[in-house]
Design a protein. Structure first.
Lengths: 285, 526
């Protein structure tokens, strides 16, 4: 049986240790500050990004990887004759999958499967991780694919942002547009649904919004459920720690990953994002 | 594999084109070489998805079997050498290519008993040398082949100097010419491939633009200079790309033109898509025409729903520009109550009818408007329901809980829950002297009301405010929102709020301009 290799893009926001542990190939998107172009997570870290964001007068923009870059990422795996599973950011949020598909057609390599996660950030990250873990445990390609599919179907993500402006300016606000422009110090809680961003609840004030985030998770998952959890934040280490403390008091967490969103996701979400991503655990070893 | 196959396929495509119009200066050299080559191609095409080495081998075999005439045989030897150098290889870079050309050259010389300069052999040698030379300087396949081609051309032009009969006849060596044409064909094919890639990248760029660019218009004053995103493919014989670019430039902006003289793809934002298409028509036939009205897309983005409806909509009654703005910002269509803060059933019904939603909820925000709201729902003639909020704070709390994508039942339930949780307070001035609940009220005194009942009064606004807040914050509450209006100035409102912050340090205070008549403060405590 061929070795299985997992590929994803930098919007998965996976922590470095996990990328290295599972030998995941990450294709970076790009962030542009004016004329300066940075590869997400490679030329610019999250810390550097948020510092730059604060100092910059213009807003950064982002762009997807080119088909050529995917080609270069796939090439060594093709030479290894690996079974490639390439899992990426929702096609409704980025054209990244298009580039991957073009690269596949240019390569002409059969054993390469491209999966549109319909998710982003650590939600995508958990899907990638599930696949990588299964692959590392020696499961077959079909089983790895199925595991990824199960996570995609069962994962839930809720997050708050300081302001919806970043999402709006970048064009990824989706249906959360309905929550735009609230004048009352509203912290909108949004969710990922059908591959785009949906509004979930308006809460006044960040402390209350953080409380609500945890409550929502407790509401959605009955007591006794075992959860796989990821906590995402944008330039708010304190906030994410508070979130973690409150969350572990309310639900049983089997595996917890905390990560800061990268420059590309940061460009669209803005600083101050706090998010909880949860997936019920089933029969994972 | 990619490189090699493209290479050979390129030889095929271009070869067939070019040798067809081959000027035959020396008997049927051209035809012979063409047919030899063609046989090689046929043999190669019968394979399906093979490695470079195998493909080259098949090609060589075909050429050998199909070799016609002197030049054909020599060509087949060149090809043989080429293929032998690539045996067992999966991919070939410029270095491997140069080696292959070299070996081809060697075989060619070996094949002839008496090699004569000024013939196909000379050109072949030039090719081999040039390839080796170029491959040491660059890894770019196209550049290597172009350089090789140029050197081959030069060598070809030189053949009359080497072979007097050629000079006499005033021609170059036919066999040599054949080789040069082959190289030309390869270049054309590689360029076509590059154009194909260009077009793919182009599609990518415009896909991104189409998906996200309309949203990226940070210009809040909705000015779109050019309305129609116009794209089409032009297919023709001699499309002048640069001329086309110049001619299209005045019609709009964001112009992108990629392609070559046979196929071009055009993208432009213009107000005259028809003229743009006409311009293209001068040079070829139009395919895959796509015209999009970006203004429509933009309006959708701005939240003015172009055609899009939300499943749930809200009509709310407000009063005062500040309050109305807040209600609107929370997603409601606002009906202003006017000076009496009471709209008519007709006003409400109109608002209900205008809402772009499948189902409309109505927030009266005042006990006196409840009946009018019920009436409006009856006469509106579309699915609607009143959510009985009796004050602005209740209305705002309900709007906070409102999500246009929730189900109807869930929305109403959440809104009712929010209404129950919020406390409403109001401060107004007494219109005349009176006596209420054992208190003496003088005209101009401030009255503090909670849920509509007078709980305190006095001549000092700060004191009244303090008292009413004390009354409202009996159980541990947390967020106090003050909306100021009536006769109050911003400065007064701010200083009063500061005083309250000092007096109630555990609570959080937010102050907003309401601009409503009659009430100095409308207070919400959650």
């Amino acid at each position: 049986m061929n070795k299985i290799r997992i590929v994803t893009d930098s919007t998965a926001d996976l922590p470095r240790e996990l990328i290295e542990k599972y030998n995941i190939v990450v294709v970076p998107l790009k962030v542009m500050f004016g004329q300066e172009i940075y590869r997400d997570g490679v030329d610019l870290t999250s810390r550097q990004f948020f510092q730059k964001l604060r100092a910059s007068s213009t807003l950064p923009t982002t762009s997807q990887p080119s088909p050529q870059e995917f080609l270069e990422a796939y090439q060594p795996l093709v030479e290894e004759k690996a079974s490639i599973i390439s899992i990426h950011i929702s096609s409704s949020l980025s054209g990244t999958i298009q580039s991957a598909k073009l690269a596949k057609s240019m390569l002409g390599y059969e054993d390469l499967e491209i999966i549109d996660s319909r998710l982003v950030s650590l939600a995508l990250g958990l899907v990638v991780l599930a696949a990588a873990q299964k692959a590392a445990e020696g499961f077959s390609k079909e089983e790895v694919r199925e595991a990824a599919g199960q996570v995609i179907n069962n994962i839930q993500a809720y997050f708050l942002v300081d302001t919806l402006e970043y999402l709006q300016r970048g064009g990824r606000i989706g249906k959360a547009q309905a929550f735009l422009g609230s004048l009352l110090n509203v912290k909108p809680i949004c969710t990922l649904k059908e591959g785009i961003i949906y509004p979930y609840e308006k809460v006044r004030g960040k402390p209350k919004a953080m409380e609500r985030l945890v409550e929502i998770i407790a509401e959605k998952f009955p007591p006794g459920s075992h959860l796989w959890c990821a906590l995402a934040h944008g330039d708010d280490f304190e906030g994410v720690e508070q979130l973690k403390e409150r969350l572990i008091k309310r639900v049983t967490i089997k595996q917890l990953i905390t990560g800061e969103i990268g420059p590309v996701v940061g460009t669209h979400a803005g600083p101050g994002l706090l998010g909880i991503i949860v997936c019920p655990v089933w029969g994972v070893s | 594999m990619l490189v090699g196959a493209a290479n050979l396929l390129g030889q095929v495509r271009a070869e067939i084109d070019n040798l067809n119009v081959f000027p035959v200066p020396d008997g049927d050299t051209g035809t012979n070489m063409y047919l030899t080559f063609l046989n090689g191609v046929k043999e190669m095409q019968s394979l399906n998805n093979s490695s470079l080495g195998t493909v080259a081998e098949a090609f060589a075999r075909g050429c050998l079997l199909g070799a016609r005439g002197n030049s054909g045989v020599i060509l087949s030897q060149i090809v043989r050498g080429f293929a032998d150098a690539l045996v067992g290889k999966e991919r070939a870079g410029v270095h491997e290519l140069a080696v292959a050309f070299s070996l081809g050259n060697e075989y060619a010389y070996r094949a002839v008993d008496n090699p004569v300069e000024g013939t196909i052999l000379t050109v072949c040698r030039a090719i081999s040398r040039a390839a080796l030379d170029a491959s040491s300087k660059t890894r770019d396949l196209l550049r290597v082949i172009i350089y090789t081609y140029r050197q081959a051309q030069q060598a070809l032009d030189h053949t009359p100097e080497l072979l007097p009969v050629l000079k006499e006849a005033g021609v170059v060596d036919a066999g040599g010419k054949g080789l040069v044409v082959i190289l030309e064909g390869i270049i054309k094919a590689l360029e076509d491939l590059a154009v194909k890639k260009d077009i793919q990248l182009f599609e990518l760029a415009t896909f991104q633009q189409r998906q996200f660019a309309p949203f990226r218009k940070a210009k809040l004053s909705a000015e779109i200079d050019y309305t129609y995103c116009t794209e089409f493919v032009l297919v023709g014989q001699n499309i002048p790309i640069d001329t086309l670019k110049k001619e299209l430039a005045p019609y709009g902006d964001c112009l992108l033109v990629v392609g070559n003289e046979k196929t071009a793809k055009v993208h432009i934002h213009s107000n005259h898509p028809g003229l743009v298409l006409e311009c293209g028509l001068k040079y070829g036939n139009l395919r895959s025409v796509d015209i999009n009205n970006m203004e429509e897309q933009y309006l959708e983005w701005k939240g003015v729903p172009a055609e899009e409806k939300q499943p749930l909509g809200i009509v709310a009654v407000g009063s005062g520009e500040g309050l109305n703005a807040i209600l609107e910002s929370l997603g409601a269509s606002v009906v202003d109550g006017g000076p009496t803060m009471n709209p008519s059933a007709q006003d409400l019904a109109t608002a209900i009818r205008n809402a772009k939603a499948d189902f409309v909820l109505v927030l009266p925000n005042n006990g006196n408007i409840l009946l009018a709201a019920e009436q409006a729902v009856k006469i509106a003639g579309r699915p609607a329901q009143v959510v009985p909020s009796v004050s602005i704070p209740q209305g705002i709390a309900a709007l906070m809980a409102f999500n246009p994508y929730s189900s109807l039942e869930e929305s109403i339930a959440k809104m009712m829950e929010a209404i129950k949780k919020v406390k409403t307070g109001e401060i107004t001035r007494a219109a005349r002297d009176s006596h209420l609940n054992g208190r003496n009220i003088r005209e101009g005194d401030y009255l503090g009301l909670v849920e509509g009942r007078v709980v305190t009064c006095g001549s000092n606004l700060l004191e009244v405010l303090k008292q009413i807040l004390q009354e409202m914050m009996r159980d541990s509450s947390y967020l106090v929102t003050l909306y100021f209006g009536g006769e109050l100035t911003t400065l007064e409102a701010e200083s009063l709020t500061e005083a309250m912050r000092k007096h109630f340090p555990e609570a959080e205070f937010e102050l907003y301009y309401g601009g409503h008549p009659l009430y100095e403060f409308i207070i919400s405590v959650e």
